[in-house]
Structure formats: C-alpha cells, structure tokens
Design a binder for this molecule. Sequence first.
Ligand code: SAM
Length: 232
Amino acid sequence: MKGKNVLDVGCGTGRYLEVVLKAEPEALVGIDLSEAVYVAAENLLPNNNRLMLLQCDANHLPLPDQVFDFVYSIGVIHHTPDPYKTWKNLVRLVKPGGRFAIWVYGKGRGNRLPSWIPRPIYLYKFLANRIIPSGTMLKIVLSYVPWAIKLNRLPLIGLVTRQLFPVIDYKGRFSLTDEMLIEWACLDTFDCFTPKYARTYSVDEIIGWYKNNGFVDIKVGKHLVSVSGRKL
Ligand SMILES: C[S@@+](CC[C@H](N)C(=O)[O-])C[C@H]1O[C@@H](n2cnc3c(N)ncnc32)[C@H](O)[C@@H]1O
C-alpha cells in the first residue's frame, strides 16, 4: 500500500488503520458510523498527517468516485441492513485497476458443537439486544474477557468455559502481544453480542458479488470469508 490512496470502511477505533499507516500510504481515509472514530482520531491523528477520519455511513460517503487504489472493509458490511447494497455502494470509490477487499462473517462460524446442544450465547445475545443496556454489556465483557480468555484455552475445562464465557480469541491466528490479544478479544466479543444486523455468507456468495460486478484477479484469504478483487 506504499504510496497508494487507501480507504478503510468501518475503521472502528482504528486497529487496521494503524497497520496500514506502517506501510506508508500516500493518503489513508478511515470512516465509521459510530463514535469509535473519535478514539481512532485521538490515538492516530496527532502523529499522522496522511490520515483523514470521517464519521459517516458507508452507504452515503461524501467522497468522489474512483479515488482509491485500495478499499478494504473488515467486519463491517455484514452489520449493515443490506450488505450487498453497501458493497455495491463502495465499488464506485475504487479506481479502475484498484483493489477492493472485504472480510465478512462466514456461514457456520464457531459451530463446532452439534446444533441440538443449547448454547448460552443465544441467551446472552437476547439479553444484550433486548434487556441489558450496551454500556453495561461492555462493562460485563471488559470484566470477564481477561480471565475467561485464559480459562478457555485450557484443555477439557476450556470446552465448557468457552460455552459459558464466549471470547473471540485470536491467539495463534494473528501475531499480537498478550495485551493486544485481550484488547481485540474485548472488542470482537462485545461486537458479537450486540449488533442489530449480522448476516453470514459462504465464500461462493461473496465471490459472486465480485464476478457479477466485473472484478478480476479475485483472491480468497484464509480467514473466512475474506475476498478481494481488482476492478477493471
Ligand atoms: C466489528 S467493528 C469492526 C471495526 C474495524 N474494522 C476492526 O476490525 O477493528 C464494525 C464497525 O462497523 C461500523 N459500522 C457499522 N455499520 C456501518 C455503516 N453503515 N457505515 C460505517 N460504519 C459502520 C461500526 O460502527 C463498527 O465500528
């Protein structure tokens, strides 16, 4: 991404902005609907004059057509009311020859147990969406994740505690420090309880979006479902 114009759609608090900034893009724009973007601003703007942040909706971006060499959106599109429409709204921003990459929830993610076994997570999701205010839910997640993440990694005991105290744990998947593993776990565990919309997709469905809209050189990443393509 060195020397390129890059857009992060749904940058949240900016963890991937931080990664991309290390690659020295010409310009990096991060947008997010929520106030998380102010956290990104506080952490990243003071030291990065190539970064611009906007709080806005991915479906109504105040940005001109075909300005970005690389557009990416990680863990966002599946949270919008009409994910395919959101994806299509983003295509116009990519320059001809530029790349567009997304990561969305895969079908059947995390389903290692037979489906007939009741899972507490369904109760937690219900409580988080209907009864517990999101501020309280965040406090609950922040208080249990740091110790549950360790319990869940234990053999045998972990099989049970993982059901009782669900944690999104990236150990072994990304090279992160222990502190970052907990921070990412808190963010993504909170996220999995609370979203209003959370669609899941097969790889073929997402590849179809790219093929049907004239993208070439389509690549599928190992973290499902991550797909990128080059716009003609
Ligand atoms: C799971 S977080 C991912 C954040 C970031 N990409 C990351 O991986 O750390 C999903 C983000 O999508 C944002 N989001 C959801 N709907 C959006 C929309 N319509 N436009 C822009 N951002 C949106 C949320 O505010 C949230 O910050």
